[in-house]
Design a protein around this ligand. Structure first.
Ligand code: PEP
Ligand code: MG
Length: 587
């Protein structure tokens, strides 16, 4: 038995068998082929090479437009390698003489080549190793067909995925009947893969650092998404113990269902808006069942991450119509696409950025890809005639960006009017406050929007300079940092001053301790993942606003994140011990 510790990012316990997902070239499976199949296998290889070259030529053209000829040359280097007989002929020969599948022959040839480059004393060669791996993966992708995520739909029942890292689109493609949970070596609590895990109620542990050294396909494993542990080859006593914890946890969750239908008001009668965050339109119904009074954040970029092609205006429109029907006239805030950083499409994947969280992300990406953005805006406006929706722009850092986005909305309104298509002219437009520049200039922004939604996931990373997906700095990623609290307080105050509502839709809002602080700082709407709604409602119903305000005042007098976190924990446990029952029983 061996226990690994990581960051618990999605609660629940799963007992099952390992499936390793590893893009390490050294782990590509070897299959023996029959002599009669050698010709077919070599033909498969040649088709994949031709498809890779065609794709690289397109990528080169696009990169030349975006980055200039010199930088784009790298893709010509890749084409050159694929045309190099001294690399490709040995792969053909390996298939022919050792009767192995093309994928395995490719992986071995590229592993050997990377080793030779690494061993070369000239450091220029070592820097090319990434290129070699990149090219090998492209070739393997073409050998595997177009559906990159098919492997997540052809798995044994009771599977627990163990990976170095997973993208949000991979997690979203999981066969939920068969994949029970996942753990990764990389990743942080607010990475979008972790967010998807919570949305799908999939127990998950990330940032474990060394799972892949040990995990093998088929191994028995227990994953504990509450404590953040992954236990390989567990003994019988551990399995029994975990079955018991799992049952307790099921009963605890059941006890929360009674709360779902009760109003979300504090003990002194102040209503608190409790909304849900969703990634897929169908989740809107789940939010209401869980006791939420609407959707506070619909992350529409998942339309791009779950399909194989770019969504059309109709795809957008149909998704929004589904949401509108499911929320039945209650609040629905739809955020325009937030692609880039750790949520990228196949097209973005082709031109990786060095610092993707500081790069062409979110509203910046939309404003540079206007036809794509206009498709979404048209669909949003058309959908606004079906039921009340609000539209929110992500990652706004300057007034110029906000005005540009609003101009596109107005322009599209004129267009629709000319075409005689119905829409809601008084649709509410808001923005995420998730970058320090937006928080610092909240007074200016407040004059130009109908509402603010604070995104602590990004606000924390950009304020503290801590990558939200990097497990190595996860200990520095703390929403309780006094600088973050100060920014939230200032945004809340600006909202009050300008009479616009301010909510919080970052993951921190789902933490009952942090939610106490948010209420104390003046926020009256929280938007969280569905499974967090009931526990949060229980906390809201047990506390008074004056208690929250006292807690916020005291928290702001402390000078470190550790002190604030400890203080909030203490206060919350004193004031609402029942809100922590389930966690203390399991933790
Ligand atoms: C946030 O940054 O807090 C947020 C809600 O947006 P996302 O997690 O999608 O970046
Ligand atoms: Mg964000």
């Amino acid at each position: 038995m061996l226990v690994f510790k990581g960051l618990p990012v999605s609660p629940g316990i799963a007992i099952g068998n390992v499936m390793v997902v590893d893009d390490d070239l050294r782990r590509v499976p070897r299959r023996t082929i029959r002599t009669s199949k050698v010709k077919d296998e070599i033909a498969r290889l040649d088709t994949a090479i031709a498809a890779s070259i065609a794709e690289l030529n397109l990528v080169h053209e696009e990169a030349k437009r975006e980055m200039g000829g010199e930088t784009a040359k790298i893709f010509l280097f890749h084409v050159g390698m694929l045309a190099d007989k001294s690399l490709i002929n040995p792969i053909r020969k390996a298939i022919e003489t050792t009767l192995v599948n093309a994928e395995y022959a490719v992986s071995q040839a590229f592993v050997d080549l990377a080793a030779k480059f690494m061993a070369n004393p000239d450091s220029v060669f070592a820097t090319k190793v990434n290129d070699i791996e990149d090219l090998a993966h492209r070739l393997l992708k073409h050998l595997g067909g177009d559906d990159r995520n098919a492997r997540f739909r052809q798995v044994d029942p009771q599977t627990i995925v163990i990976a170095r890292d997973l993208t949000p689109s991979q997690a979203a493609a999981f066969d939920r009947q068969r994949i029970l949970a996942f753990a990764t070596d990389l990743g942080g609590k607010t990475s979008h893969t972790a967010i998807i895990a919570r949305a799908l109620d999939l127990p998950a542990v990330v940032g474990c650092q060394a799972l892949l050294k040990y995990a093998r396909d088929g191994m028995a494993v227990i994953l504990d998404g509450d404590r953040g542990t992954v236990t390989f080859n567990p003994d019988l006593a551990s399995i029994d113990e975990y079955r018991r914890i799992k049952e307790n946890s099921r009963l605890f969750r059941l006890s929360l269902t009674e709360i779902a239908d009760l109003p979300s008001v504090t003990a002194d009668g102040t209503p608190v808006g409790l909304l849900g965050n969703i990634e897929l339109p169908e989740e809107a119904g789940k939010v209401l069942t869980a006791g939420g009074s609407g959707v506070g954040l619909y992350r529409t970029e998942y339309l791009y991450l779950t399909g194989n092609s770019e969504p059309s205006e109709e795809d957008h429109y149909n998704a929004y119509r589904t949401c509108i029907e499911l929320v039945k006239g209650r609040e629905l805030t739809i955020r325009t696409v937030d692609l880039g950083a750790d949520k990228y499409t196949q097209a973005q994947e082709e031109i990786p950025e060095r610092n993707p969280f500081l790069g062409c992300r979110s509203i910046r990406y939309c404003l540079l890809n206007l036809p794509m953005f206009k498709r979404q805006i048209r669909a949003l406006l058309r959908a606004s005639s079906l039921g009340p929706i609000k539209v929110m722009f992500p990652l706004i850092t300057s007034l110029g960006e906000l005005r540009h986005a609003k101009y596109l909305i107005n322009d599209t309104m004129e267009e629709l009017e000319e075409e005689g298509i119905a829409f809601d002219r008084s649709i509410k437009l808001g923005m995420m406050v998730e970058v320090p520049s937006a928080a610092l200039l909240a007074d200016l922004f407040a004059r130009e929007v109908d509402f603010f939604s604070i995104g602590t996931n990004d606000l924390v990373q950009y304020t503290l300079a801590v990558d939200r997906t990097n497990e190595r700095v996860a200990h520095l990623y703390n929403p309780t940092h006094p600088a973050v609290i100060k920014l939230i307080k200032d945004v809340s105050r600006s909202g009050r001053r300008h009479h616009i509502p301010v909510s919080c839709c970052g993951e921190a809002a789902a933490d009952p301790e942090f939610a106490l602080l948010l209420l104390g700082l003046g926020l009256r709407t929280l938007s969280v993942t569905s499974s967090a709604i009931a526990p949060l409602k229980r906390m809201i119903r047990s506390v008074t606003i004056s208690q929250c305000e006292r807690i916020a005042r005291q928290a702001m007098s402390l000078d470190s994140d550790v002190q604030v976190a400890a203080f909030l924990r203490d206060q919350a446990r004193k004031i609402v011990p029942e809100a922590f029952d389930g966690r203390s029983a399991e933790a």
